[in-house]
Design a protein around this ligand. Sequence first.
Ligand code: XMP
Ligand code: MG
Length: 181
Amino acid sequence: MHQDAKDILYTEEQLKARVAELGRQISADYKGESVVLVGVLKGAIVFFTDLARSIDENVDVSFDFISCSSYGSGTTSTGVVRILKDLDRSVEGKHVLVVEDIVDTGTTLHYLLENLHARGAKSVRLAALLNKPERRKMDVEVDYVGFVIPDYFVIGYGLDYAEKYRHLPYIGILKEEMYQD
Ligand code: XMP
Ligand code: MG
């Protein structure tokens, strides 16, 4: 385990098993359909690549990416959402499945889901690896959730603190002394 982590919340094996289950569910729900997977950079990319590969060949899948910011480099939300990098292609008339690492206050996803609806997507759903409902400020419906977690600051499997730890293959809990709120 990384020295800055105080515990492992989900091991590589647990993540793999849960992501495969989500993939089976998504494969069944979108069978015979086309769907654009919209990955929210950068935190979602590890989950995104594993989830995408667990969706079977009976679904037509394409990839696009968006980058939003509601956080600085710290652990608290500023509440303001900015699009830093937009999608490459139009989602008008398409089924969209947003893939996100974690829903925390809900600020980012609330904004993003509304924004994609406004672009005329045929449907917009959300897959989030982690959900921290205790911290919710804005209403967000999570259609596919990996794990519901308490209010821990977590790292690894794409999740960072100040851009570190994204490469760790497990989800760990960051030691409190690593950040001051
Ligand atoms: P909101 O508050 O808009 O936040 O739902 C979503 C974004 O905040 C980041 N976030 C975290 N990142 N560990 C992280 O590494 C955490 O525990 C955590 N909680 C929120 C994340 O980027 C997410 O997309
Ligand atoms: Mg994120």
